[in-house]
Design a binder for this molecule. Structure first.
Ligand SMILES: [Zn+2]
Length: 264
């Protein structure tokens, strides 16, 4: 008798849940055709911003995920220790037993990897660079393509993996090609969105070289999509972003030549 009652109750609850789900699907459908959806998200962001603090619990300043503020080795060590404690909590919350030999040292390992590798571009000075005078007045495109991009998306903290092609027509200065790789790596070692990674590299090179033309084209895979199995984003798909400055922005023929050379 008791079990029958219980069953009825469950059935009634299920029906209620079913109705609720159907209702929410209908609401979502309506929302999908509502053009103000985007505005709602921006509003939420603005609200979040007002409540946001500029310093953390320790009084240290907070800045954008792809920003840079060099810190000392001692500060890096302290950061790693604090982070390790937090990763221990994360494993506990996820009910991962740290007696498991494969997980026992994971908080330490992940904390070190974050501070010293994946996010190191936030905490170190830019690589040492030498620029050379453009003695022969080179006035053609200089291109380095296939430079490795290995970064992390700031939305999901998953890898972004691909390549960048950088091309420029020098003004007074030229730069060794290996330095373009170093600059790219320094900017990649932060949590990014790809659009801003390209802009950051371009801004830096523009300040440094004052080139007549500059192009930065990134093509990469985003594992936040691949790992989660987001439809239509299998391993073969890629996101391409391009930043064009100077003559490459204004002159269509030059841009076509650049794009042809980097895609050949
Ligand atoms: Zn993402």
């Amino acid at each position: 008798m008791v079990s029958q009652l219980k069953l009825k109750f469950i059935t009634r609850e299920n029906n209620k849940m079913k109705n609720e789900i159907e209702e929410s699907i209908t609401t979502n459908k309506m929302n999908n055709i509502n053009s103000s959806d985007f505005d709602v998200e921006v509003d939420e962001f603005e609200q979040h911003r007002i409540e946001y603090h500029n310093t953390n619990l320790f009084g240290e300043s907070l800045y954008d995920s792809n920003g840079n503020k060099p810190i000392s080795d001692e500060e890096k060590l302290l950061m790693t220790e604090r982070l390790e404690k937090k990763y221990e909590e994360i494993l506990d919350i996820l009910r991962i037993n740290r007696n498991d030999p494969n997980s026992s040292n994971t908080p330490h390992r992940v904390a070190k990897m974050m501070v010293n590798e994946l996010l190191i571009g936030r905490y170190t000075l830019p690589p040492k660079l030498t620029v050379f005078p453009n003695r022969k007045n080179v006035n053609e495109l200089i291109i380095s393509k296939g430079i490795t991009v290995m970064s992390m998306c700031s939305h999901h903290w998953q890898p972004i993996s691909g390549t960048v092609s950088i091309g420029y027509i020098p003004g007074k200065y030229i730069i060794g090609l290996s330095k373009l790789t170093r600059i790219t790596e320094w900017f990649c070692r932060r949590a990014q969105i790809q659009e801003e990674l390209g802009e950051q590299i371009a801004n830096y090179l523009e300040d440094l070289l004052k080139p007549k033309a500059l192009g930065v084209v990134i093509s990469s895979k985003h594992y936040c999509m691949i790992a989660r199995g987001v439809k239509g984003d299998e391993a073969k798909s890629a996101m391409v972003t391009s930043v064009m400055r100077g003559h490459l922005l204004r002159e269509l023929n030059l841009r076509q030549e650049f794009l042809k050379l980097i895609n050949d």
